[in-house]
Every structure is written in structure tokens, then in C-alpha cells.
Design a protein around this ligand. Sequence first.
Ligand code: PEP
Ligand code: MN
Length: 272
Amino acid sequence: MKNLKLASREPGKRTIIDIDGVTVGSGLVVIAGPCSVESEEQMLESAHAVKQAGANMLRGGAFKPRTSPYAFQGLGLNGLRILEKAKKETGLPIVTEVIDPRDVSWIAEFADVLQIGTRNMQNFALLKEVGKSGRPVLLKRGMYSTLAEWLNCAEYILSEGNPNVILCERGIRTFEKYTRNTLDLSAVPAIKELTHLPIIIDPTHSTGRLSLIEPMSLAAVAAGCDGLIVEVHAKPEEALCDADQALTPAMFTRLMDRALPLHSFLKSTKVL
Ligand code: PEP
Ligand code: MN
């Protein structure tokens, strides 16, 4: 692909990122947690539940890019303090979203991974700022974006001197209405042909349906993704954001009990 000076695939090169002892790009990494940080109790309960089920990193938004300006926007600094406490208690590194270039440097002090959401994929000022942050970046695919546009956004981050970019396919807009978005699983092998960067799958925002999250997670593992990011809430019925698509801890445990052995089997049989 033209113009990708740093992101393009090079023979034998794969980017492997070490995040506080968790390695992305050489196995299956699972990031789990609620859509947003709502309270200390909710976050800690969810954090312990996902840790117990075997998650490797914890997600939770303190700054939420909501479709409506009147919807819950996140707890901001207080949310980050709660995430800090959750990390202290569970040892799980924190993945959290940044939506404003002006906030990147101080949020980076709380976050182990900075998430760029689908709505901000082409926010070039934000990309440049996370490129300078020194933190690994989880770059979600824009819901209307091609692979080439997405990789050019990764290039923005790499070109600021930050080599640690994790791509995340989270579904794209199509005419289909049954699912929230359409999960483009072909992005996994395609991205591996195009770049050395790791790619993870978000089965939650791509399907928006509880019943589809586990099957699509298993399909993503079989396609060779480097990880999953899944929304899990200790009490989904009380969630302030994305309540309909949050797995319960029991559902998440079941997913892990299937995804991890599937991954090991595919590795041992050299399918992956
Ligand atoms: C999220 O991860 O909660 C989120 C807002 O995701 P996306 O940017 O993919 O919609
Ligand atoms: Mn969400």
C-alpha cells in the first residue's frame, strides 16, 4: 500500500507490544470491562469478575464519545482515579479512551493503553498527540473507513515516533440493521497481509447483540486475531451506557472457557 512508510508489512517483522507484562501480538490477549466507569463499586466489581475469568487487561471509559450530548459523558478525572484503584487491586493494565487532544498527556499518566474510538479515527490532531504520548494506542477502525484509511491513521501515530499501535476492528456500517454494525472479519487476514501491527476484534460494538458476541469471538480467534476487547458489566441491567450488549460475568467466563482452548487447539495443530 502506497504512503505507508512505517506501517507496511516487512518480511519477518511483527510488532509485539509489552504492556506492563502483557504481550500483544504473540498470542491471544483479552481486554474486558464495562463500556464506561460509572462508580467505584461498579468498576471494582466488574474488574474483579473479568480478572477471575482470565482477562489480561481492563477496559472502561472515563470520557465517552456519545451520539447525544445529553447522554452520560463519563466521570472524567474521577473515573480515571477509579480505574487506577481497579488496577491496583487486580493488577490488570488499563485501556481507556481519549477524545480530546488537550487531555492526552495527563490521561496518559493513568492509562496503560490509550483508546481512539471509531468516531475519532481520523481526528488527526488527536492521532498526533497520542503519537507523542509514549503510551501504546488502541486504534479502532472508523465505522465508514477502508483498510487503507485506517492504516494511514496508524501511520500518523507511528510517524510521531510511537511504534506501539494495536488495530481494532469494531464493525462497519452497512445496510444491515439486525446487528449494530457489520463485523468485517476479513480485516484480520487482510491486515496481516498489509502490516506488521497486531489486530484485535471487538465483538461487542460490531454485533450489539448478546447472542452473537461469543460466536463471533470464536470466529475471530479462528481468523487469527491477536486479541478481543469485550464489554462486561457486573450488573448489565444497571449500565449507563451500552447496557444491551454487556456480557454478565458468567457469560464472559463461558466465552473465555471456549475461546482460550480454541486458540490453543488452533496453535497446536498449526492452523494458526
Ligand atoms: C467503546 O469502546 O466503548 C466505544 C465507544 O467504542 P467505538 O468507538 O468502537 O464505538
Ligand atoms: Mn461501549
